[in-house]
Write a protein that binds this ligand. Sequence first.
Ligand SMILES: [Zn+2]
Length: 361
Amino acid sequence: MHNFLVAAAFGFGALIGSFLNVCIYRIPRQISLARPARSFCPNCQEMIPWQQNIPILSWFLLRGRCAHCHAPISPRYVIVETLTASLFATAAFLVPIPTLFSVCVILSILVVTTFVDLEFFIIPDVMSKGGIAVGLLLSLLTPGLHKTSSPLIAVALSLSGALAGALVLFLISELGKLAFGRYKVKLEVPTRFTLVALPPDDWQILIESEPFSWSDHFFRKSDRIVVQANEVQINDTAYQNIDLTFFHDRLVTAFETIPLDRIRQLSGLTASAQFPREAMGLGDVKLIAAIGTFVGWQGILFTIAAASFFGAAFGIAAIVLGKRERSAKIPFGPYLALGAILWLFWGEALLSLYEATMLRL
Ligand SMILES: [Zn+2]
């Protein structure tokens, strides 16, 4: 019976994974999930018939190409389907039935946020805020999620998880602001500034002789540096009283958008500049609150600790292997997902291991 349940969960997970692919593609592009109802090829827009849309199998049968236009189909589709199937099967193996449904819901949310965050550096509100609402509701309906039979205690633990998580991440991000210092630079008199390229992929703005580098200030794709220039010379053109908005890859002014690598020369005078200040996006705080409603305060503390550990370990490994692109910041969401999954599957075991160790000390 148990084997059958695990196998059924794998098949069901593959189907859900197929739907999660639709969410991952459509939500950040603001395409309705309902219409078009059927999947379409992102390249030729042709609807995909059901027999070419069988989870996991179709991708291999079609050899990773669209049957209509033969454009390659991203391996992400088969990865998400296989991953979701494996997660659901593992959950069915480890988690008892009424709770299993709720665990599969948070697993689905984590899969979507991970792949959207990796590609777009955002965590959609519908997943994070929606996740908070769903987490509270499911705690009420399946209190086993919080290892209790009382719906009221489960909801209290659910709330404690959201609050503890949001509080800890908020404190971390405030400490980050203190550590990294300034967000707004005001100067008494207009001061000379210059844009300097630091090959292979970093840039900095020198104000007087103080450097503000891209690698220290760009965390998310939406981050920007704004320099209010009293005067500035961009390549061969001079401007007066203009706002320069620098994104990680381009400069935007009221007159034009210039890719950074097209700027041969940029210098001028400024009295005021603003720098991005959040080392951690608000999206991460909302996601952690959502995870917290499913795992409670103990689970969320574990999740944050584990995510920080994996993030640091991966960052160090990438630097040692020389694979790290400095401009490409690694999003935090996927590490949070990893930490949360460990807790959902093996949290109780980890907790009793911890308690046993503490007793011995
Ligand atoms: Zn196509």
